[in-house]
Design a protein around this ligand. Structure first.
Ligand SMILES: Cc1cc2nc3c(=O)[nH]c(=O)nc-3n(C[C@H](O)[C@H](O)[C@H](O)COP(=O)(O)OP(=O)(O)OC[C@H]3O[C@@H](n4cnc5c(N)ncnc54)[C@H](O)[C@@H]3O)c2cc1C
Length: 313
């Protein structure tokens, strides 16, 4: 059931609101419909109150990061979509709380910029994130990473705005980061503090360059995609198999539905032509999943998050 987002949820808060806002330009696929209400909070207090009211009234609240792991349905989404793009949510504090080795980044800050700034300052700890497009909140929620490690490796603490509007701080000891997953409960990542180590700036920059070059040589980064569409499945013997290899073996590289296609360079990159429909991509996802299940006997699960009107946020 589609849920409306009455203006009483936010009209008295320190926020900027766009009604019937197009989401396509805010995602890497650059397709899909509109948000009934796109809300840009200016303060943490406004975000907390908005979250509490949406929870109280049963209005779905979704948070959009840099849109690099997201497919928005052609019919858009209901309720409230929050975008943490005001200066308060893009801030980064080095030497957080007087600690040289602690850095605090707010949920809407850019992971790419943070990786570059750390390497410029000679701070080691986040170079594994080179070339991964993400906001801080989106990276934490997905535990984004790859061959060289994941964001969770560097996390010191995470502050979460709970659905009830509280600000809960999770220390490193209480957090678990697994393959594209964390135990952080439902809510909005307000900020994360990272452990970084002072190191030689030239070496830091060289390491970031090396990881980025590796990524560029193995993945079609310029296509309109969300990176890997499917999670790498765990096989019966406990090993993790590459979903891209399974898709390749199933003969699906280059397969197409309307404006959506499987990259010929990397089987797990499903990309779209400009103007494609989300429905095309969803149909292609089903087609690839069926082919791999039939030919390899493995059920693929999507890594990309799908947003659809009336579905749980
Ligand atoms: C070219 C390309 C290459 C990629 N390569 C990789 C890679 O190597 N490794 C990898 O892991 N991923 C990769 N990805 C996927 C993507 O970069 C990651 O999943 C990233 O973490 C998404 O972050 P985001 O801010 O864009 O999140 P979004 O796509 O905006 O959102 C993803 C999910 O996170 C949630 N979310 C966003 N912000 C917050 C917040 N503040 N609090 C709570 N939840 C939030 C959203 O609600 C949604 O459920 C790639 C994507 C692209 C386009």
């Amino acid at each position: 059931m589609t849920v409306k987002s009455p203006s009483s949820l936010y009209s008295d808060l320190d926020v900027r609101v766009e009604l019937d806002a197009p989401l396509a330009p805010l995602t890497w696929f650059a397709i899909g419909g509109r948000a009934d209400a796109l809300v840009h909070p200016n303060t943490i207090e406004a975000l907390q109150t908005l979250s509490k009211r949406c929870h109280r009234d049963g209005v779905p609240l979704r948070v959009l990061g840099s849109g690099a792991n997201l497919l928005v349905d052609d019919d858009g989404v209901d309720g409230v979509v929050v975008l943490l793009d005001s200066p308060a949510f893009k801030a980064v504090e080095f030497n957080a709380s007087g600690h040289l080795e602690r850095m605090r980044a707010w949920g809407g800050a850019s992971m790419e910029k943070l990786v570059m700034e750390c390497s410029r300052r000679g701070l080691k700890g986040l170079e594994q994130m080179a070339g991964i497009p993400a906001s801080i909140g989106g990276a934490i929620r997905m535990n984004a990473g790859g061959k060289f490690g994941a964001v969770g490796d560097a996390v010191d603490a995470v502050a979460l705005v709970t659905p009830e509007g509280e600000l809960s701080i999770f220390s490193r000891e209480s957090l678990r980061f697994d393959y594209r997953h964390t135990n952080i409960p439902r809510g909005i990542v307000a900020w994360t503090s990272f452990k970084v180590t002072p190191d030689d700036a030239v070496e830091c920059r060289a390491r970031v360059r090396e990881i980025f070059t590796y990524k560029k040589s193995t993945q079609p980064l310029s296509a309109s995609s969300a990176g890997c569409m499917f999670r790498n499945p765990t096989l019966a013997d406990g090993t993790r198999e590459s979903a891209g290899r399974l898709i390749d073996l199933a003969g699906m590289k280059g397969a197409r539905v309307g404006g959506a296609f499987v990259s010929t360079a990397h089987g797990n990159f499903l990309a779209v032509d400009p103007g494609a429909r989300s429905d095309d991509l969803r149909a292609l996802v089903d087609m690839v999943r069926d082919a791999v299940a039939t030919r390899q006997g493995v059920e693929l699960v999507t890594e990309v998050v799908f947003w659809r009107r009336g579905e749980d946020a």
